[in-house]
Design a protein around this ligand. Structure first.
Ligand code: ADE
Ligand code: ZN
Length: 335
């Protein structure tokens, strides 16, 4: 099973680039920029990565991202993640980035987007990993600030496929961002959003009906509302599920109790993703391996998960079909 998963062609659809920031690289970049971080060793960092909830994690995550300063920093961060994609047979990835985490510190939007997108171009060429970018608005900030970010992004529109919504969910419902989503869609961005990770099923309804999202990041709490589940199925909207994130943030107490298989059995389109791999103990393949073991998933189910990852990506139909064919050939020779 482990080998089958490692070699399985797949896409990752839920990944925060700032959450891929491994301690070793963080130390290197902090030193390069002469910024001090409150840890002396990798061991101390790992000790700090014990979270009780989403907010616990976010506080540490924003602090880590605070050492990213130059275009080269954003390039190195992104290229390092894309190298891990290549090693894991991740053939395509949709990368979220949080411009406000950086622009709030005085880093230019241009610095962030140029570093990230240059790494994506190089990886497509050198590593044969394709990627699309999702610009995420921080939901703990105001809609007015999200509008400012939308404005800043417009000169770089050709580099960005979609808009997302992340950060502290509770108390920051999707409806708070109704107008900026409407404006983002008018600019050609595809809308997605985190919903139902810590927030209630009601937030998933709002993300669907008010923001018009095409994909739900997490969505676990949608299971509390049967009508909602049926609506998600009817609209053919996928959930980007992140098993190790869910246990790290105590959204789920134990992987054995993870609802991923139940979601699949209900007919929901589910994908497996790492979310913030440097903080939650594993890249995407580790997420597949651990959830397979915990829920005793079959090869057919793993194939379905990988198939969903391409099917519900934001790629055009031609590209999707190329990857789906590659996956099908793999499955038929390895099942
Ligand atoms: N930002 C990075 N990871 C996140 C998560 N799991 N939920 C909300 N915002 C995030
Ligand atoms: Zn996330």
């Amino acid at each position: 099973m482990k080998k089958f998963i490692e070699n399985l062609p797949k896409a990752e659809l839920h990944l925060h680039i700032e959450g891929s920031f491994e301690p070793e690289l963080m130390f290197k970049i902090a030193q390069r920029n002469q910024i001090s971080i409150p840890y002396k060793s990798v061991e101390e960092i790992e000790e700090a990565y014990k979270f009780n909830c989403l907010q616990d994690f976010l506080d540490i995550y924003y602090q880590g991202a605070g050492v990213l300063t130059t275009e080269q920093d954003f390039y190195d961060l992104t290229y390092s993640y894309l190298q891990k994609c290549a090693q894991q047979n991740v053939r395509h990835t949709e990368i979220m980035f949080d411009p406000q985490t950086h622009t709030e510190r005085g880093i230019a939007f241009e610095t962030v987007i140029n570093g990230i997108s240059k790494a994506c171009e190089d990886a497509e060429e050198n590593l044969k990993v394709s990627s699309l970018l999702i610009m995420s608005y921080l939901r703990h900030l105001s809609e007015k600030e999200a509008f400012k970010t939308l404005e800043q992004s417009l000169p770089f529109k050709d580099k960005i496929a979609a808009v997302g919504l992340d950060s502290s969910e509770k108390g920051n419902p999707p409806s708070k961002f109704k107008n900026v989503y409407e404006a983002s869609v008018k600019e050609g961005y595809i809308p997605v959003a985190h919903a139902g990770e810590e927030g209630p099923a009601q937030y998933v309804w709002e993300a669907l009906d008010i923001l018009g999202i095409k994909r739900i990041d997490h969505g676990n709490n949608a299971l509390d509302d049967e009508t909602l589940v049926n609506e998600i199925i009817k609209r053919d909207i996928a959930l980007t599920v992140c098993p190790l994130s869910n246990t790290a943030l105590q959204v789920i107490d134990d992987l054995h109790n993870h609802p991923l298989k139940k979601m699949m059995d209900l007919g929901l389109k589910v994908t497996v993703n790492s979310d913030d791999p440097a903080y939650f103990g594993g890249q995407v393949n580790k997420n597949y391996i651990e959830i397979q073991q915990a829920l005793n998933l079959s090869k057919a189910e793993l194939y379905q998960l990988a198939k969903n990852s391409f099917q519900y990506s934001l790629l055009n139909d031609t590209k999707k079909q190329q990857y789906l064919t590659e996956l099908e050939v793999y499955y038929n020779t390895n099942k």
